[in-house]
Design a protein around this ligand. Structure first.
Ligand code: ASP
Ligand code: MG
Length: 407
């Protein structure tokens, strides 16, 4: 019997009616002959609400207690879904992450999975039950309840699919798949029927919000095929899989954008060994995750270093840079939080020169100034002013002919 892991996100389980709709679909899948293992997120905005409550009672909630609190959201969904399944005549049993044998590191709020035991899930299946697992959580090697970061129910699902040898991991959400651009910005964006893990990784890393980045990394490492689809329409969505000979290799597959970053420039720093090392070590010591970095060739022995980082960390980064500027001999530190990144992604780029030139020409024809550029083998990203980004996405989507056919 084919084993399928089905993961349902918060919007798919937002209320009693949605939970019953999900139960009905699980019942249908089992009737069709699949062995189903379900992974659930917390209902609707439950996790946000719990985090807000924590902030109301404490200015810095102890991480252990934070995990005890927020892990509850997924337990609520799991138990309610099992009740609804019983109503549809499907025997089911709910499990916390700990009961499911998801063993993690000890860092509360951002633990990583070390091992998935899953014996109790196998036993439940042997008894003819559908296991329903609370996502996003596990138990640490110190036997404490841990959570794995926002959106981590996807990771739970992929990890279970790998451990149980599932043929497919279906991720049910409120959109019908992965699109060639954000449909709210580009109404003619097209649903992509199939994409490679590499492309999905770049999309997830550059602003495509459908899948959590870490879950895609996990899926690629363990070769777990993903099917991203809607729990509102149940139509086939996007399959994320290994790049195969049968996969159509578009030069450009998607245009993404991200408005969550800010930019810092440290100007007039002396061009000598150790300057960048000192600066980025100091940022790393404050746990700031720097993304793009640009440093120019020096003129007159000094240079400017610019980098992007999450907006949330901007104040800390500026403080770190200002604190170091005397020691580094920099002439100034400036910050800009009204930036955005637009990226063009496609596996076919590896063998097609000229994509970069076309991208820059398109932005130029829109009069959009490029502030920073970075590339990987299958991605080109430009930092532009935030107010220009939606126009940039639309222009690039048109220029690379990604529209839905027939529109
Ligand atoms: N409920 C958690 C969150 O909102 C985990 C998840 O949804 O995947 O981040
Ligand atoms: Mg979620």
């Amino acid at each position: 019997m084919a084993l399928v892991v089905q993961k349902y996100g918060g919007t798919s389980l937002a209320d009693a009616e949605r939970i019953r709709a999900v139960a009905e679909h699980v019942a249908r899948s089992t009737r069709d002959g699949a062995q189903v293992v379900v992974v659930v997120s917390a209902m609707g905005k439950t996790t946000d609400d719990l985090i807000r409550l924590a902030a109301e009672v404490s200015s810095s909630p102890p991480p252990r207690e934070y995990d005890m609190l927020v892990s509850v959201g997924e337990r609520v969904s799991a138990s309610l879904l099992c009740m609804a399944l019983a109503d549809f005549g499907v025997p089911a049993a709910s499990f916390t992450g700990s009961q499911a044998g998801i063993i993690t590191t000890t860092e509360h709020t951002r633990a990583r999975i070390i091992e998935v035991r899953g014996d109790r899930l196998r036993d439940a299946m042997a008894e003819g039950k559908v296991p329903v697992v609370a996502g996003f959580q596990g138990v640490s090697t110190d036997r404490e309840v841990t959570t794995m970061g926002r959106g981590a129910s996807d990771t739970t699902a992929v990890a279970l699919a790998a451990a149980l040898g599932a043929s497919m991991c279906e991720i049910y959400t409120d959109v019908t798949g992965v699109f060639s651009a954000d449909p709210r910005v580009v109404p003619t964006a097209r649903r992509l029927p199939r994409i490679s893990f590499e492309e999905m990784l770049e999309i997830a890393a550059t602003g495509g919000r459908v899948l959590m980045l870490r879950s895609v990394e996990f899926a690629r490492r363990y070769r777990v095929q993903l099917h991203v689809r809607s729990s509102f329409t149940w139509e086939p969505g996007t399959v994320v899989t290994e790049e195969g000979p049968d996969m159509e290799q578009a030069v450009v597959t998607a245009v993404t954008h991200d408005t969550s970053e800010a930019k810092v420039t440290v100007s007039g720093v002396p061009d000598r060994p150790g300057v960048a090392a000192r600066l980025f070590r100091a940022l790393a010591d404050r746990s700031i995750n720097v993304d793009m970095i640009v440093q120019n060739i020096s003129s007159h022995g000094t240079t400017d270093i610019s980098f992007t980082l999450p907006r949330l960390d901007l104040a800390t980064a500026v403080e770190v840079c200002r604190g170091l500027s005397g020691e580094l001999g920099a002439s100034g530190v400036s910050a800009d939080d009204a930036i955005a990144r637009v990226s063009v992604i496609g596996a076919g780029m590896k063998s097609h020169p000229g994509v970069t030139a076309s991208m820059f020409e398109t932005l130029a024809s829109e009069g959009i100034n490029i502030e920073m550029i970075s590339t990987s083998t299958i991605r080109i990203s430009c930092v532009v002013a935030e107010q220009d980004v939606e126009r940039a996405v639309r222009a690039l989507h048109g220029a690379f002919e990604l529209e839905a056919p027939g529109r």
